[in-house]
Design a protein around this ligand. Structure first.
Ligand code: GAP
Length: 491
């Protein structure tokens, strides 16, 4: 059996052909970097969410769920700093009529072996050979001031190299809408809904520090450099958990969640080598410590999940802007304090892309036949089992339908009777169905069916009365949760 490396282009075309992801509004030529999830994509996405949700809420007594609104009071974004600081800096190249995002540029410049073909990067690199000191100063300036926003000074320096390319501008990342004559925003992170509800949750649940609040929801960012399929989108979904702690425990909980989140990803089974940690030097305006878990996507290692220590930045700001106390009582010291927060934040769409890009295989089998197979973790597979009558015979069809109906309340199944059995297997392989169940003439006598496994293509006979147990054992999300708990206790 041979495999070839799958390119991003192949993944995009596979995702459309097999009903996982479609470009949005396609009949009107689409909108860049916004996608719709198709009939199989939605099940995979829901299974990822279910696994995350249960691994946060169900197996941790001190983590609780929430679902807050997308539209919130505009003051929230003033308090959080997003209204002022959630922007990207761009350098515009007049002659090419093209803008370069500064942080992408810096990423390339600071990578010693980067073969970036970015025009501006080359320009800056050339400056190094000619006027080394000045180039160093520019880069240092950019690096130092990207957070402090002294762009004008950078601009003055860059202008000294006046070519055709350089002026700097800022680009706001939050989408704005008009609401009763005021501007409100589509949320760019789910976190703020958690912070602003933190006391409601605590008062109603009576949880004591340390405790967590988890949320899954849509967020929106006006990404100017949206690209790489569903990796960087303008509308996407986040799964965030904010863990409220006493400040003296910051390091302990930061390490705990950094470790635990990597273990969670490893349970999906894409291979340990595909992941690595990346420590941030340039921190977001709210963060004091930050690590990314990066994944090796078809275009290299990129951020999959962020683990941040937001300390009391957000709650402090919300106290100031709302003039409401957001504190918990410290019994030991008999005083109220604002808790620190450790955040875990991951985009579902990026997990989806990680899974698709690592699990999609184009295999050449023994007789030079080919198959497209999605070797996805069975617990996350969109369809758990396919039920087939061997041929279109009345008795086999009736039996197959009976089995389908008796199992359909337990699993998402599919039933197929058209085409040869081989073609039906191939279709199910391509969408990642872990088990195919065939009803043949022997079934009528021995009450057994043939089970065929997607990855090994091995077959075995199973009694119909054991079928439910067999499918459950192979495909339930509980299996992933058990693996997670096991790995967690050993790492
Ligand atoms: N609350 C913190 C926060 O939002 P972030 O690093 O900006 O932090 C968290 O985003 C996660 O959201 C990222 O690690 C990534 O998985 C996902 N994400 C961010 N921007 C995205 C985009 N434009 N498209 C898809 N996913 C994105």
């Amino acid at each position: 059996m041979r495999n070839h490396k799958i390119s991003l282009k192949e993944i995009v075309s596979y995702a459309k052909k097999y009903g996982f992801i479609f470009p949005t509004s396609e009949i009107y030529d689409g909108i860049n970097a916004i996608y719709d999830y198709g009939p199989y994509g939605i099940h995979l996405k829901n299974n990822i969410k279910e696994y995350w949700w249960r691994s946060m809420i169900q197996i941790n007594e001190n983590i609780i769920g929430l679902d807050t609104s997308i539209l919130m009071h505009p003051k929230i974004w003033k308090a959080s700093g997003h209204a002022e600081r959630f922007k990207e800096i761009f350098l515009y190249n007049k002659s090419k009529n093209y803008s370069y995002r500064l942080d992408f540029l810096l990423e390339k410049i600071f990578k010693p072996n980067s073969k970036g073909d970015n025009y501006l990067c080359k320009k800056l690199c050339k400056i190094k050979t000619k006027k080394n000191n000045l180039k160093k100063r520019i880069i240092q300036y950019i690096a130092d001031n990207i957070v402090l926003k002294k762009y004008k000074k950078i601009l003055v320096l860059v202008k000294k190299f006046q070519d055709k390319w350089n002026y700097i501008y800022e680009y706001k990342l939050m989408f704005q809408i008009d609401f009763k004559k005021q501007t409100i925003y589509l949320r760019p992170e789910t976190a703020q809904g958690i912070f602003t509800n933190f006391l409601n949750v605590q008062n109603s649940s009576k949880l004591k520090i340390p405790f967590g609040i988890a949320q899954i929801g849509k967020v929106f960012r006006n990404e100017i450099m949206a690209r790489q399929f569903i990796f960087r989108m303008r509308e996407f979904e986040q799964m965030e958990m904010q863990f409220f702690i006493h400040h003296k425990d910051e390091d302990k909980w930061f390490k705990y969640w950094k470790n635990k989140r990597l273990i969670w990803h490893l349970t999906i089974g894409l291979g340990e080598k595909k992941y690595r940690y990346f420590e941030h030097e340039q921190l977001a305006h709210y963060a004091k410590q930050a690590y990314d878990i990066q994944f090796n996507f078809p275009f290299g290692f990129k951020e999959l999940e962020g683990i941040h220590s937001r300390r009391n930045f957000d709650l402090k700001k919300h106290e100031k802007y709302s003039k409401k106390k957001l504190r918990v009582f410290d019994k030991e010291n008999q005083r109220y304090y604002i808790p620190y927060i450790i955040e875990t934040s991951v985009g579902i769409d990026r997990i989806f892309l990680a899974i698709l890009s690592s699990s999609l295989k184009m295999e050449v089998l023994k007789q030079k036949t080919k198959r497209t197979v999605l070797k996805i973790n069975p617990s996350l597979a969109p369809v758990k089992a396919a039920i087939f009558p061997l041929i279109q015979d009345k008795r086999l069809i009736a039996y197959a339908k009976y089995i389908f109906n008796s199992l359909k309340t337990s699993f998402l199944l599919t039933y197929e009777e058209n085409d040869s059995i081989g073609k039906r297997y191939r279709r199910q392989d391509a969408i990642g169905t872990p088990i195919c169940v065939t009803i043949d003439f022997k079934t009528l006598k021995d009450k057994c069916v043939t089970i065929r496994y997607r990855d090994s293509m091995l077959q075995k006979r199973v009694l119909i009365k054991n079928l439910k147990k067999e499918i459950k054992q192979e495909t339930s999300i509980n299996k992933l949760l058990t693996k997670f708990l096991m790995l967690e206790s050993t790492k």
